[in-house]
Each structure stands twice: as C-alpha cells, then as structure tokens.
Design a protein around this ligand. Structure first.
Ligand code: DX5
Ligand code: ZN
Length: 233
C-alpha cells in the first residue's frame, strides 16, 4: 500500500501560506489538503476558490480539496478550474451523489466522498465502486486541533473490509482530524493510507514533522511488501 501525507492548510499561518506550502513540499509531503467551509454545512468558514487558484501558481503538490459545503455541485467546476486534483464532497450534503460524481468526472478530477463520524458506511455503500477515495472524518468537521475519536478505528477497518470484498483495494481511505504521530500507525493498521494532518504538521517544526511522517510511511511500505510476500500474495 502506498501512503500519502496531506498537510491541512487550515492549521497553517495564512500570513505565510506560500512559504509554508513550500516547506511541506520540500520536506516530502505529496498532497495538500484544502478545507473549504461555507458556514452552513459546518459552523465555520475557511478558504475558497481564489486561494486555490493562487497557491496553484507555485505548488506542484496534489491538491486534495475537501468541500464542507451544502450542495457542492454548485462549485465543482470552479474548484476544478482553480487547480483541484481531487474533489471530496460530503454524502450528508447532497441529495444525488451520482450527479456530483458525474460533474467531478466531467472535469477529469479524482472523486472523494466523505462521511462525518456519526454517518454510517451504509450511506456510501452504493457508490463505493464509483469513487477514488473515501474520507473518514475522525473529528466533527469544522475545526482543526480537535481530539481523534477512537471509535473511528473500527469504522476504518470495516470500510477497508467492504472495499476488499468488492475488489476495490485501489480506493484510498483518507483520515482527517486529530491525527498525530502517536495515533497514525493505528489508523494505518485499520486501513487508512491518506493521512491528513493539520496541527501535527504546522504546529512546531513543520519540516521535521513532515519528515517524521514520511519516514514512517516509507518504513510501512517496506513492511507491507514483506508481509505480502510472506503471505504469498
Ligand atoms: C476539520 C478539517 C481538517 C482539519 C484537521 O474539519 O477537515 O482537515 O484541518 O486538523 P487537525 O489535524 O489539526 O485535526
Ligand atoms: Zn479536511
């Protein structure tokens, strides 16, 4: 399994956003997690289309846009044109997920669907074969710096099983909220492979934080390969 680190700019210092993104990129992060909030779906605001457009000019990172907005279909085109590589919408925010998926595909972008901590996986079961990624929220969406909900390990495990049963091993599982170096391994054991980290990246020494995650991922990738070989797969 390939692991990716997606630093969440919600925890960055917006006064130095460009240089902070450069730092995570140079330190080895592959993705950049961009939280979009509308003050309706979640009780907070963050960044929108102009910020994505602006940071796209100098960053080669894979832009992972997490839409925490009502009726996301209204803005898919704009975020895609601004430079999103992947667009994730919340299943709780849409009536017709298929239409949203079609809109994202029409823009030739990767598709993610997200579930809040209390949203059952049965809500996304019918569309699992149509997405590239499932984002499991491990805190209530809206704010950075919250504590990871341990009940989510089981949900991740269940989701990975559901994907495996359907021959969808290639679908990424992203975890978002409260991830730090101390709990990330358990999330990976459960089946997550895209790791969002806000405060755990931008709090303290950003470069060192990124390197710590990336080194861990490289180790895990080697271990996974050994395990697979031992299992004769
Ligand atoms: C919360 C956002 C997260 C947030 C994570 O609604 O979706 O991406 O930035 O921040 P940390 O890692 O600090 O919990
Ligand atoms: Zn997020």
């Amino acid at each position: 399994m390939k692991y990716y680190l997606a630093p969440s700019i919600l925890a960055a210092d917006f006064n130095h956003l460009g240089s902070q993104i450069e730092t995570v990129e140079a330190a080895g992060a592959q993705w950049l997690h961009i939280d979009v909030m509308d003050g309706m779906f979640v009780p907070n605001f963050s960044v929108g289309v102009p910020v994505v457009e602006s940071i796209r000019k100098t960053s080669g990172l894979f832009f992972d846009v997490h839409l925490m907005i009502e009726s996301p279909i209204r803005y898919i085109r704009q975020f895609a044109e601004a430079g999103a590589d992947s667009i994730t919408f919340h299943i709780e925010a849409v009536n017709d997920p298929i239409r949203v998926i079609e809109e994202i595909r029409a823009m030739d972008r990767r598709v993610g669907v997200s579930v809040k901590p209390r949203t059952p996986l049965s809500m996304i079961e019918p569309i699992l074969d149509q997405v590239d990624m499932v984002l499991v929220m491990t805190v209530e969406p809206g704010f950075g710096g919250q504590a990871f909900k341990p009940e989510m390990y089981e949900k991740i495990t269940k989701l990975r099983e559901m994907l495996d049963e359907r021959g969808l091993e290639h679908v990424n599982i992203e975890v978002d909220g409260g991830i730090r170096r101390s709990n990330v391994e358990k999330a990976m054991d459960a089946g997550a492979n895209v790791i969002v980290a806000g405060s755990a990246v931008f709090g303290g020494n950003t470069e060192k934080n990124v390197r710590n995650f990336i080194e861990l991922f490289a180790r895990r990738e080697v271990e996974d390969a050994f395990r697979k070989e031992a299992a004769g797969k």
